[in-house]
Design a protein around this ligand. Structure first.
Ligand code: FES
Length: 117
């Protein structure tokens, strides 16, 4: 299966993922942006553990939005409540990677202390 490139800004970290290896970890939907980020040491806050219930994993899609799974109504409702959300915002825990994509992690999210630290 073709690999996909996922880039996390502003760090500029690009990782290649193989969908046949999803899930990469145990947080968020298998193959979600959160799953990919955490498996590659990219911190994205995820207060509800990736259950789509908190909105803290909000990221802004810069390119490749068409390569992410379609947002559900629940995701759209939740992301609307995320601080600093934009029309290009998605929840990292529910947006599943299906092609190359670039996302920006909001500053307030990047600066949050990682769990357990
Ligand atoms: Fe809570 Fe994504 S981690 S909504």
């Amino acid at each position: 299966m073709a690999k996909h490139k996922v880039t996390f800004l502003p760090a500029g970290v690009t990782v290649e993922v193989d969908p046949s290896e999803f899930p990469l970890g145990s947080h968020g939907a298998p193959g979600s942006l959160l799953d990919v980020a955490l498996a590659n040491a990219v911190h994205v806050e995820h207060a509800c553990g990736g259950a789509g219930a908190c909105g803290t994993c909000h990221v802004i899609v810069q390119a490749g939005a068409e390569n992410l799974s379609e947002p559900t109504d629940d995701e759209l409702d939740r992301v609307e409540l995320a601080p600093g959300n934009t029309p290009d915002s998605r929840l990292a825990c529910t947006a599943v990677v299906g092609g190359d994509v670039t996302v920006r992690i909001p500053e307030w999210n990047r600066n949050a202390a990682p769990e357990g630290q």
